[in-house]
Design a protein around this ligand. Structure first.
Ligand code: HAX
Length: 426
């Protein structure tokens, strides 16, 4: 931990100076124009935030610290968290330091389980997950130090400490929710010698297959971050900008991730695949699948797992999952991945024919669920929690960096419709 804090201390100083200099020299420099369409369309595409952890280009997809995500798929999640924060690849000693830090914080206070058990049995796993994170706010180091008069330049330090504690616990919390909701409620203890991803795979208790562990690590890496403007990252950043602690920030981010146009889409994707399976009792022919997709579109529904708000090419995270499936799953033995494979061949053509979607290619959610399903993690209500565990890494890194850079309160201007109409001369 100390090496990471020391490194971050040096970086934070440079970071703050750079931001100060940019603000001073360019306070009035215009970097774009805003159209009424963008304002009415959910602030779509307005360059309004600085996020250094990762970037997403329409024609390429995710880069973490300017490294294409497909070059990082075999890294450990610990390496990715270090990279997100510092912009540097950690040495093996540094990876071990972070791994041990996460393992040291793997113990979860009993009151978290008491709260989870007290929740109504039909609570969605994401509601349970967000609640479990929020309830730990009483332990925030940031809140305590802030109350004691923490200086502005040091606001990021306890935020980083809280992030490490939260990430250390978050896999155990997610696994506990899984086992409470879908198994007998017993919890599997973490193994302090394992890495973060392997421990998570172990605590879920669905498969001993080393390929499942490999998948979980890759899942954590692929979902770790997606720049700053998506619903969950922006929400986490906005809440943190009010100097709320990491528990408030990540819980709020998870609430955004729980929406069907964002993280919940991966649950909907597998539900869609299962619907096809139930309907055809196996993998349908391309013709049958095409008709099924058209019927869905004609009833006013979207095709889950296809299209993207920013990307205009196949999502490289889908590519990674799909390649993993192709390498490890025999589609003649597993109709669920077989349907995912068949959809990949058919849906882009259907959506092109329909002519509405700006991107007809698969996104990250199109294949991830079928792989979890293959290894026995079949309860797709849980899939957004899987996503949330991973994304917590990126949002923690983003809010720590925002504090280190001395970013201000996020406060765009809201307009009434009459004010907008006046601006438009309408
Ligand atoms: N199926 C059918 N129609 C689609 C479509 C799809 N997969 N993707 C886009 N369209 C439609 C939109 O509904 C929209 O129709 P209207 O003009 O009638 O409103 C039109 O095409 C233009 O949309 P767009 O500009 O291409 O896409 P948006 O930025 O508005 O929306 C979405 C992006 C991801 C929400 C959209 O593509 C969608 O609904 N996809 C299916 C759900 C999904 O896979 N979500 C997961 C996204 C990945 C993610 O963020 N995960 O967290």
């Amino acid at each position: 931990m100390s090496v990471l804090v020391e490194k971050m201390n040096v970086l934070a100083g440079h970071f703050r100076e750079e931001r100060k200099a940019l603000s001073k020299a360019h306070e009035e420099t215009k970097i774009g124009e805003v159209t009424a369409g963008q304002v009415l369309g959910g602030m779509r595409g307005i360059p309004a935030l600085v996020c250094d952890t990762s970037s997403v280009n329409a024609d390429e997809g995710l880069r973490i610290r300017n490294i294409p995500i497909l070059d990082l798929t075999t890294k450990l999640p610990e390496e990715i968290f270090w990279l997100l924060l510092t912009g540097e690849h950690p040495t093996s000693a540094e990876v071990e330091e972070l791994r041990a830090e996460f393992a040291n914080h793997a113990d979860i206070p009993d009151y978290v389980f008491d709260v989870l058990k007290a929740m109504p049995a039909d609570s969605h796993p994401m509601t349970m997950f967000s609640t479990a994170v929020l309830v730990m706010g009483r332990e925030s180091k940031f809140r305590k130090q802030y109350d004691e008069g923490l200086g502005k330049n040091d606001l990021w330090k306890p935020m980083l400490e809280d992030s490490i504690i939260l990430l250390g616990r978050i896999t155990g919390i997610a696994a506990a929710i899984y086992r409470l909701k879908f198994r007998d409620g017993s919890r599997i203890a973490p193994d302090p010698s394992l890495d973060w991803g392997a421990n998570y795979a172990k605590m879920l208790g669905v498969s001993d297959n080393p390929k499942f562990t490999e998948l979980i690590r890759m899942y954590l890496v692929l979902h770790s971050d997606h720049e700053g403007g998506n619903v969950s990252a922006m929400t986490g950043n906005t809440v943190s900008s009010a100097l709320s602690d990491i528990y408030y920030s990540i819980s709020a981010a998870l609430n955004g991730l729980a929406g069907p146009l964002h993280g919940l889409a991966n649950q909907e994707c597998l539900a869609f695949v299962m619907e096809i399976y139930e309907h055809f009792k196996g993998v349908p022919s391309d013709e049958d699948l095409k008709k099924f997709a058209w019927d869905r579109l004609n009833s006013g529904q979207v095709i889950p797992g296809y299209g993207h708000a920013v990307l205009r090419v196949e999502d490289p995270r889908f590519t990674a999952f799909y390649n993993f499936g192709k390498a490890n799953i025999d589609t003649t033995q597993d109709p669920i991945f077989g349907i995912v494979d068949a959809l990949y061949k058919v849906i882009p053509g259907v959506l092109t024919e329909q002519g509405k979607a700006k991107n007809v290619k698969p996104n990250v959610d199109a294949a991830s669920g079928s792989l979890l399903y293959h290894f026995g993690l079949k309860e797709y209500d849980f899939y957004t929690v899987m996503f949330g565990v991973s994304r917590a890494m990126g949002i923690c890194a983003q809010v720590v960096l925002a504090r280190a850079a001395g970013n201000g309160l996020i406060r765009p201007k809201g307009l009434t419709t009459p004010q907008l109409k006046k601006l438009l001369g309408a």
